[in-house]
Design a protein. Structure first.
Length: 434
């Protein structure tokens, strides 16, 4: 479970920003949550190109760095991208730090700083009580706390200057870091709503393995007014034909090419199964292949799949531009699932960026989002991303949040001058014609 996240000098973020999932003043404690003092939803608002996505991608960068630095990072290089709009940041480290609750029930703080070529510093702290336990700290050398168990020196020798020690220690089977590594590498998932098609493979994979997943997806399709009554998995009748055609074409190409040119004749993975949605029709039920459905149907069912897996595992689900392909009512429904302890039994979390101001108003007199779950992003005069919370404003409980946001009271609104741009076009064209 994510508690806090801090980052500096990463893409459009120059000075440190922090997103804090602890509940604010006046929250109502619900003992159905494992940690009622920690929120399950965070919504980030702001204009285009303000850095909303950068905040989420910075957290995802930590996850991929922990997972991949040992096996995939190039020796002597790191894949970080610093702030580039001044003369000094490119030479300074990018810094990341995450506070989280792992599946062993303990809280951890993990952080690292990297420049273009090496890991400048790294640390992992554990909290079994209010007292901090140092597992290890790294500057020029790696030092280990008394609680660190395992082949520490061997793992340290395997750790290059451009590799995170946590990645190496986990690969070496050192148990004391396993829970922290597992949460950081497996429990943070970034979902880009514009790439919803990438989730289709997961839907097929889950549908092949698990009946409850198919039942849930069918119920979602039927309840969302998509025109569908159920979803099912069937064998793909075109898989063998497609594979044979591919091999025939590649074989013909190989014959036509010079002898010293060799093609990779390995057949790609043609899906053995495909998704089908049943639709109500005048004469009963008609099956339609998933590919024939609308982009909106694809997006919605992909989001449901992502949400189901997050809710089951209690993971932290990160969604960029959640409203780009979904109706506001469907977005609201998904958000409510993460806020309801009866639906969100494992206290999964949903962090998302959005432009949908209607989420700020709520329905039937009740606000959908709490004041400690709303964040705003805007860019400064020098182009750096700044992050601040709705909870920082005074007397915010008395305000209509949607109206106040759209009127610019909280900032984080675009400065739109399209009229000037169009007038500039006509003026330039008039000059060219004179």
């Amino acid at each position: 479970m994510l508690l806090k996240f801090r980052v500096s000098n990463f893409r459009s973020i120059r000075d440190e920003v922090e997103i804090d999932l602890y509940r604010g003043r006046g929250f109502v404690e619900d003992d159905r949550w494992r940690r009622p003092d920690v929120g399950t939803v965070a919504a980030i608002y702001g204009p285009n190109a303000s850095g909303k996505s950068t905040v989420l991608r910075a957290l995802h960068f930590v996850s991929t760095a922990v997972r991949d630095s040992f096996k995939k990072w190039t020796e002597g290089e790191t894949p970080r991208v610093p702030f580039l709009l001044d003369d000094v940041s490119a030479a300074l480290p990018s810094e990341f730090e995450v506070d989280f609750l792992a599946d062993d029930g303990h809280e951890y703080i993990y952080g690292f700083a990297i420049d273009d070529n090496r890991v400048v510093s790294e640390h992992l702290y554990q909290y079994k009580s209010r007292k901090r336990t140092v597992l290890y700290e790294r500057d020029d050398e790696i030092s280990f706390g008394p609680s660190f168990r395992g082949p520490a020196r061997h793992a340290a020798q395997l750790t290059s200057d451009s590799t995170l020690f946590l990645s190496v220690a986990a690969a070496s089977g050192i148990e004391v870091v396993s829970a922290a590594h597992r949460w950081l590498s497996d429990s943070i998932r970034l979902y880009d709503s514009r790439g919803y098609s990438r989730e289709h493979g997961q839907i097929i994979k889950q549908a092949r393995r698990r009946g409850p997943f198919v039942e849930a997806m069918s119920a979602a399709a039927a309840s969302a007014d998509l025109g569908a009554t159920s979803l099912k998995l069937e064998e793909n009748p075109y898989a063998n034909d497609a594979r044979e055609q591919y091999e025939k074409i590649m074989g013909a190409l190989q014959v036509a090419l010079p002898d010293n040119v060799n093609l990779d004749l390995t057949s790609p993975d043609f899906p053995e199964h495909r998704l089908v949605l049943q639709h109500a029709a005048a004469n009963g039920s008609v099956p339609l292949p998933f590919e024939a459905e609308s982009d909106g149907t694809h997006a919605f069912l992909s989001f449901v799949s992502v949400a189901l897996r997050a809710l089951e595992k209690g993971s932290t689900c990160i969604v960029d531009e959640i409203d780009s392909s979904l109706h506001p009512v469907l977005v609201s429904s998904l958000v409510q699932m993460f806020q309801d302890p009866t639906m969100n039994r494992n206290q999964a979390q949903l962090l998302f960026t959005t432009h949908d101001a209607s989420l700020l108003s709520g329905t039937h007199g009740e606000r959908l989002l709490s004041k400690d779950s709303v964040w705003f992003v805007e860019k400064s005069a020098v182009g750096e991303t700044q992050l601040f919370a709705l909870d920082e404003y005074k007397r915010v409980d008395e305000q209509n949040w949607q109206r106040a946001y759209l009127s610019g009271r909280y900032g984080a609104m675009p400065s739109v001058m399209l009229r000037n741009a169009i007038q500039t076009f006509w003026d330039a064209r008039d000059r060219d014609e004179q």
